[in-house]
Design a protein around this ligand. Structure first.
Ligand code: CO8
Length: 377
């Protein structure tokens, strides 16, 4: 979908970063302590072939294979404890603010300030992320209530593409006139769904929250705003990234926290299949607007793996993209599911000049690819 006579803009962005960070070295020390203990305790079963030994992890492998050097987490306690190997996030009462609403609100307030808006200006709140901590009431409605915003709110889950898909819904609502000012909030609390005991995936994810305001250019008074020139979404079913966590575990008598309920992937296949899909998707979207890939000033790409971004950059430009053209944030933040491209946007957009073209793009589970082409005003 494209627009020109009724410009819709991204007028503000906010980023909330947890205070706790875990380096690869800390992570590997904890994991290896756990694996060695497991191997000692199961030595006879391992020797008889009844069970497999837990392989050891390495900080060098993680950095080389993924580009990740550290990750932020909502709660550090428990993750590095080889007896526990999962975060400790105590329950809150129904009267207290939920964890994801707390994360989301912190980012939302920054986005509202950046857009030069008041909370009362917001008439739709969309919470878009990979998991919500409860089924209902929607986290979005809790955030709406805390903000004192009118209108309505809802949650939507599209894994890695939740944020871009929600921005597209926001764009369509403002275009249709069914909303005036939409906030898209991405409280990505991934750490409870990450299998910290799995050597192949324990390093991948981090927690963060981002928020973005979408409104009409006619109401926009912010210093930095970006006209949305085009949006594009595609999905193609794949089991290569999967989580079977869900409410049916109670009915099928399976362990709700069993190994198969965590994030699981065939990382190699994902890499091979998603990179060409993403590059073709973006090239064709830009072509529809008559824009050459080389004309794009900034690529705010999904942040899963540095080697993926390098490969996609090469496919798009015929050469590696520079750090200025396609900023990398996954070295510090790791894979934050749908928030990755928006972290990059938050940290690297203010230097663009009026008329500069940028691309926000997510790719991942589903498979799903979501993208927006924007122009600085
Ligand atoms: N330490 C040391 N060695 C290791 C480790 C480790 N931690 N992990 C694997 N190895 C070993 C393997 O065993 C293998 O050994 P061998 O060759 O002897 O078999 C060797 O290293 C190579 O392993 P891989 O082939 O697995 O390694 P890769 O080079 O492919 O790198 C990656 C693995 C980093 C996972 C890579 O494949 C990748 O990033 N692929 C892309 C994946 C991707 O983008 N996925 C998207 C997932 S995110 C998403 O969609 C959102 C989900 C929703 C959020 C979920 C929240 C929890």
């Amino acid at each position: 979908m494209t627009t020109s006579d009724n410009p819709i803009v991204i007028s503000g962005a906010g980023l909330w970063t947890p205070e706790h960070s875990i380096s690869n070295e800390e992570l590997v020390e904890a994991y290896n302590g756990y694996a060695e203990k497991y191997n000692r305790e199961h030595a006879s079963d391992i020797e008889s072939g009844k069970t497999s030994a837990k392989p050891l992890s390495s900080a060098e492998f993680i950095t080389k294979a993924s580009g990740i050097k550290s990750r932020y987490v909502f709660a550090k306690e428990g993750i590095l404890d080889s007896e526990r190997m999962r975060p400790f996030i105590p329950t809150r009462t129904n009267q207290e603010l939920s964890h994801q609403a707390e994360m989301g609100l912190a980012a939302a307030r920054k986005a509202i300030a950046a857009a030069n808006k008041q909370p009362a200006d917001i008439d739709v709140v969309i919470v878009a992320c990979s998991y919500t901590q409860r089924s209902y009431p929607a986290i979005a409605i809790e955030i709406q209530d805390q903000l004192g915003a009118s209108g309505f709110g809802f949650d939507m889950l599209v894994a890695c593409s939740a944020a871009t898909f929600a921005l597209q819904r926001a764009y369509e609502m403002v275009t249709a006139g069914t909303a005036k000012c939409v906030i898209v909030v991405n409280p990505e609390l991934t750490s409870p769904q990450n299998n910290w005991r799995d050597r192949d995936s324990h390093f991948i994810f981090g927690d963060v929250a981002t928020a973005t305001i979408v409104e009409s250019a006619a109401t926009c008074t912010s210093e930095h705003s970006y006209e949305i020139l085009s949006t594009k979404a595609v999905t193609s079913f794949s089991n290569n990234i999967r989580s079977n966590f869900g409410y049916l575990a109670y009915a099928d008598d399976s362990d709700p926290f069993g190994e198969d309920k965590f994030f699981i992937q065939n990382g190699r296949k994902v890499f091979k299949e998603v990179c060409p899909m993403a590059a073709e998707h973006l090239t064709s979207q830009l072509q529809e607007l008559g824009i050459e890939n080389a004309e794009v000033k900034r690529w705010w790409l999904h942040q899963a793996n540095i080697n993926m971004n390098v490969l996609i950059g090469k496919r798009l430009l015929g050469r590696p993209a520079t750090a200025e053209e396609a900023p990398i944030v996954l070295d510090k933040y790791a894979n934050t599911a749908s928030a990755g491209s928006l972290i990059a946007f938050n940290l690297h957009h203010k230097d663009l000049q009026a008329g500069d073209i940028g691309v926000i793009c997510s790719f991942g589970a589903g498979y799903s690819i979501g993208s927006l082409i924007v122009r600085k005003r």
